[in-house]
Design a protein around this ligand. Structure first.
Ligand code: ADP
Length: 326
């Protein structure tokens, strides 16, 4: 059994609803086991610039229902350098912080992995990202909330799509992972999803058009995952105008509203369970693992597996979407 007097917690990278619930759980689980907790502000930046303050039980009151993160989040270029990480480590030691809980996406967990190795610091990661792209957990903190936000938006856009008998391309987040686009399409009753894991965007568009859009319907909605290399939904509509003239196609880019809002019950529950599990993991001498939940059980996933392995969307869901939208 490991013993700790004081641990640090930070949120890093893109914010996600449920991060506050995770901060609350880490703080209260630690305090209930006699461990002090220090909150590090603005992700790794706060470690480098020493923006750190102690969290008490009442510091995390009334936040479980709030989106965003009370600790703020940032991207920190200094932490990408050995010199920056040395400053971060020195500050950590000065503050008496003996272990870190890092809540963030694959970039943040990559940083934690490197830091843990360099300075032999126990680091536990929590998957905090709306994209659901970390391997070894069924879902990530924030994904369910973002998905529900997308579905609400689809329902609203469908009203206007139906009234005007239009084709809408709705762009959602997830430049490397199509979970939000594919499952958003299924839950919103959309006609197709154009996602990064599946053949090229051009081919997916062509396939959708060839399936005979509008033969039996008076409107259509296609979800598009934002594109890493191209222009996303705007680019697709430009191409449509050129290659398939005659369609009244519109674009709606949901953007940052997908990150905000009060977390769903699901996200609050997994954030609470994962936050408490992070403290248990430290006490069990686990280090350099991400906490995941698989089939409703807490699991420990080595950082290298969580980050490096691509979590695959299920190809059968693409086929099922096709069957259900005839
Ligand atoms: P996310 O965690 O949402 O994927 P980023 O990829 O922007 O977000 O990463 C967040 C932060 O994590 C970066 O600004 C940086 O401080 C740290 N980080 C990311 N990759 C590395 C790396 N290879 N080495 C050290 N730190 C990293």
């Amino acid at each position: 059994m490991g013993t700790f007097n004081c641990i640090g917690v930070l949120t890093s990278g893109g914010d996600a609803p449920g991060m506050n619930a995770a901060i609350r759980a880490v703080t209260r689980a630690a305090i209930s086991k006699g461990i002090r907790v220090k909150g590090i502000f603005r992700g790794y930046k706060g470690l480098v610039t020493n923006e750190i303050s102690e969290l008490y039980s009442d510091s995390v009151s009334n936040i479980i229902q709030r989106g965003g993160t009370i600790l703020k989040t940032a991207r920190c270029a200094e932490f990408m350098t050995p010199e920056g990480r040395q400053v971060a480590y020195d500050n950590m030691v000065k503050e008496g912080i003996e272990a870190l809980v890092v809540i963030g996406g694959d970039g943040s967990l990559t940083g934690a992995r490197i830091f843990a190795q360099e300075f032999n610091v126990p680091c536990i990661g929590l998957p905090g990202t709306i994209d659901n792209d970390l391997f070894g957990t069924d879902t990530t903190i924030g994904y369910d909330t973002a998905l529900n936000t997308i579905v609400e938006a689809i329902d609203k856009i469908r009203d206007t799509a139906t009234s005007h008998e239009r084709l809408f391309f709705i762009e959602v987040m997830g430049r490397d992972a199509g979970f939000l686009a594919l499952n958003g399409a299924i839950a919103g009753g959309a006609e197709a999803a154009i996602i990064p894991e599946y053949i090229t965007e051009e081919d997916q568009l062509e396939e959708f058009i060839k399936r005979g859009f509008r033969k039996s319907k008076n409107s259509s909605i296609v979800l598009v995952a934002e594109s890493k290399s191209k222009g996303g939904a705007l680019d697709i509509v430009e191409r449509m105008k050129k290659d398939f003239p005659g369609y009244d196609a519109r674009v709606s880019i949901l953007g940052h509203l997908q990150r905000g809002g009060s977390p769903t019950a699901h996200d609050r529950i997994i954030a609470s369970r994962m936050g408490a599990a992070a403290v248990d993991a430290l006490l069990e001498d686990q280090r350099n693992v991400m906490i995941g939940i698989v089939r409703d059980e807490i699991v420990y996933v080595p950082f290298t597996r969580a980050i490096k392995n691509d979590k695959q969307v299920k190809p059968e869901l693409i086929d099922m979407l096709r069957q259900l939208c005839i």
